[in-house]
Design a protein around this ligand. Structure first.
Ligand code: RIB
Ligand code: CA
Length: 316
């Protein structure tokens, strides 16, 4: 049974890997993709969505919608040191024209979320793998529509672990903490996939040597270029020994929910400027508002990810 999904993303490298996993999974039907400012600026995010769809060549021509180019409050923050100046590590893909592998949605991203939630009540899982600006805008415009999503899965936050953009904050929540607070405090049925879980699923030089490099197809080449993997040196862009599969895990949690152990918690986000800006934290004495993924079956998820990425059905 296909799960209908919409993916809100800030393509970046791990977002791209998440899209490849989603479209490569028979369990999912990706109806639409919304872009948001995050890893790189919005124009680069939208161009990267086109590049990744050109690589994937989806047969169902999903909607693509342009979203927010800045957070609700504060200035845009980007992560080019990890994702490269273009957001895909300079991976060489000449994007196709719209119409062949996707359709341009005639409205802003928050309109796509609202329209699709109303068209398919209680049938769509919204997977948010970038800053939550588009979701907050949709909630402000039409909260009733947003309640029509069957589930909202968010990659974001650092609940019982250190942040990755400051010692306290995870990147998606740090870029737009007010939006994250609005979404988490909305009471929508949500699953949170924080760094506590995503740091359990790194892409490593060993996996690159054993599984990716030998595959020799367009997807394995993309992973090598996008992650900046240097085979001889045994590291990724910036000398990193691991490339965390943050966003693919959020998709994996929708494909195989039983592979993540969740705890019902009440989570909020610090939206005031200062040392703890963007920090996600547990609120005591309040109704729970999220099922938080804290433990992952690493072997099963990495197997799913690599098989989908490099599997037989992928284009040579
Ligand atoms: O903290 C990791 C998250 O921030 C991922 O979604 C990554 O793509 C960046 O957006
Ligand atoms: Ca992302």
């Amino acid at each position: 049974m296909n799960k209908k999904v919409i993916i809100d993303c800030d393509v970046g490298v791990d977002d791209a890997l998440a899209l490849i996993l989603a479209f490569g999974s028979p369990e999912l039907e990706v109806l639409g993709i919304a872009g948001v400012n995050g890893n790189v600026s919005l124009p680069k995010v939208m161009k990267n969505i086109e590049k990744v769809l050109t690589l994937i060549r989806p047969s169902n021509r999903p909607w693509v919608a342009r979203g927010a180019d800045r957070p609700l409050q504060g200035d845009p923050v980007h992560a080019e040191s990890l994702h490269g100046e273009d957001g895909l590590g300079g991976a060489q893909i000449q994007p196709e024209e719209a119409g062949r592998y996707w359709q341009v949605f005639p409205g802003a991203a928050e309109e796509l979320l609202i329209e699709m939630a109303r068209r398919y009540p209680a049938q769509i899982t919204l997977i948010a793998i970038g800053p939550l600006t588009n979701l907050a805008l949709a909630l402000q415009k039409d909260p009733e529509a947003m309640r029509q999503f069957n589930e909202i899965v968010v990659m974001g936050g650092a609940v019982r672990t250190r942040g990755n953009i400051t010692p306290h904050a995870e990147f998606n929540f740090y870029v737009d903490p007010l939006a994250a607070k609005i979404v988490l405090d909305s009471g929508l049925p949500g699953t949170l996939v924080p760094l506590d879980a995503t740091h359990q699923v790194p892409l490593t030089p060993e996996l690159m040597e054993e599984k990716v490099r030998p595959r020799q197809n367009s997807f394995s080449q993309f992973v090598i270029e996008a992650t900046g993997y240097e085979s001889g040196e045994g590291y990724f862009r910036g000398g990193r020994k691991a490339f965390y599969l943050h966003d693919p895990l959020a998709v994996g949690a929708v494909i195989q929910p039983e592979w993540v152990k969740k705890e019902k918690l009440s989570i909020s986000v610090e939206a005031k400027k200062g040392e703890f800006y963007g920090k996600s934290y547990e609120v005591s004495g309040r109704k729970t508002n999220a099922e938080v993924c804290l433990k992952v079956d690493r072997e099963k998820f990495l197997g799913l990810f690599l098989n989908s990425l490099l599997g037989e059905n992928r284009h040579l």
